[in-house]
Write a protein that binds this ligand. Structure first.
Ligand SMILES: O=C(O)[C@H](CS(=O)(=O)O)OP(=O)(O)O
Length: 233
């Protein structure tokens, strides 16, 4: 199995084979928490205007998104797992737009299959990939604003690589390593209430979920993320 690590939107465009678009803080952790709360699909979009104008007949749309980390005007929630914890999202359709994560998903072109990458479902994602015995896997780290490398996405890529190659990796140290990193500063900053410390905790709950998020493309509707559950992995 050839594994390549790439970065940002350009990396997403170049990615081949089974492609994992990684965004730990916070897009794909949020997407996992949405599915855990019963949403039927998550539609990742690049432009926030497309998220605002998206409608569906059943009127079950929930809009989640950020720019500069903050909730967008007209949206239901920011890109925060904390914000959705007490919400009933059963059978809802989420439209999500973020500065980094969703930009990676919508820019994949050459991938045979596209998955999301986060610490909360890393092992399930690696197990799913291994089962398919792919020749090539691309791990794309979206980083901060899809422009700056971040410890959490680098670490998640390294962890996924170790799992794929059956190499040892001490996942119990992941949270300690990240809390000591500059990438955690925004969660400790009282002037950034849109990034609470609880978001850090939700996003670093390693392997909390046993499902995979896979991008589905069809001619009939916008690409969306679906949940592939453990039974099918
Ligand atoms: O909402 C977030 O934490 C980030 C902000 S940024 O794009 O990294 O500046 O968005 P995400 O797309 O989840 O990385």
């Amino acid at each position: 199995m050839k594994i390549q690590k790439l970065d940002f939107v350009e990396g997403a465009k170049q990615a081949e084979g089974i492609t994992v678009i990684i965004d730990v803080f916070r897009a794909f952790s949020v997407a996992c928490y949405c599915f855990d709360k019963g949403v039927t699909k998550v539609i990742p979009v690049g432009e926030f205007t497309d998220a605002l104008s998206y409608k569906d007949e059943s009127n079950t749309v929930v809009r989640i998104g950020e720019r500069g980390g903050k909730k967008l005007s007209g949206f239901d929630f920011g890109n925060s797992p904390t914000e959705i914890q007490l919400e009933d999202l059963k059978n809802k359709v989420v439209v999500q737009t973020t500065h980094a994560g969703t930009q990676g998903l919508v820019n994949t072109r050459n991938a045979s299959e596209v998955l999301t990458g986060a610490l909360v479902n890393a092992k399930a994602t690696a197990d799913y990939i291994k089962q398919q015995k792919p020749e090539c896997v691309s791990l794309v780290r979206m980083g901060l604003g899809a422009a700056e490398s971040t410890d959490e996405d680098d670490l998640c890529a390294d962890y996924l690589e170790s799992l794929l190659l059956d190499k040892a990796f001490d996942e119990t140290e992941i949270r300690n390593r990240l809390i000591a990193s500059p990438c955690a500063e925004r969660f400790l900053d009282a002037e950034k209430p849109w990034s609470p410390m609880s978001d850090f905790e939700y996003c670093t709950d390693v392997n909390k979920f046993d499902f995979v998020l896979r991008l589905v493309r069809s001619d009939k509707e916008m690409p969306y993320l679906e949940r592939v559950s453990q039974a099918l992995i």
